[in-house]
Design a protein around this ligand. Sequence first.
Ligand code: GDP
Ligand code: MN
Ligand code: MN
Ligand code: MN
Length: 255
Amino acid sequence: MELEPVTDLPEIRPGDDLAELIATRTTLEPGDVLTVASTVVSKAEGRTADLEEYPVSGRARELASRLEAITGEQKDPRFAQAILDESSELLIEAPFVLAETRFGHIAPNAGIDRSNVPGHDILLLPRKPTESAERIRSGLTERGHEDVAVIVTDTCGRPFRHGQTGVAIGWAGMPASRDWRGELDRDGHELGVTVQSVVDELAAAANLVTGEGAGGVPAVVVRDWAFGDLEGSDELFRAVEDDLVREALREWTFD
Ligand code: GDP
Ligand code: MN
Ligand code: MN
Ligand code: MN
């Protein structure tokens, strides 16, 4: 497997055609996977915002003051409002906000980013990252680059572990995961639970190449890689009813 950075991309602006900008800067073959950082997908989709655009509700004021009281740091109620607007549920309110976005991804502050957003206060995640991935993929197809899978990534922390990694928040042209259930291990035992989240693994690998700072590499081409013959599945975000951790968080409050 090879990972190649797409270099020389400009600062992305609203309305930019990412498929065009990327296709003219790299070669893409059938079977390749293109990863694109959500940051530039959001910029292209005009998902930048300024805090002054957020009239503060009572709920946002309450959330910000609770965070202030617990962390001892000043919290902008307009930022709390932005999180509420982007979220379908808050799983943790303090000492930090862990929120489910409206498309089902769970992330601190609903994935709202304050890095790499020149000229604006905040960057919201794409509204529907899988649709974004599908759009980029169709754009590539229209330009003659058939059968390229696209993964929209974000950097996200994990429970139980320090550090952040790249994760997939949207994908097109490939399944999200590879189902090993029913396969045999080296002892001949049948695997009962292993479903490999391939899009997350590719996103994490690509994130090694993009980095997090001023590097200017939001897109990576994964070459010489194949999904293989195993059954695929598109389930990535756990359903509420089979998420024990989420259930436990409902009972928990920080004090
Ligand atoms: P996120 O993980 O989706 O939040 O994206 P990051 O903020 O970590 O940025 C990922 C990579 O994309 C880094 O190398 C950034 O320097 C780069 N990047 C961010 N915005 C732009 C942009 O508008 N143009 C270019 N060329 N690179 C960008
Ligand atoms: Mn960022
Ligand atoms: Mn981000
Ligand atoms: Mn990142």
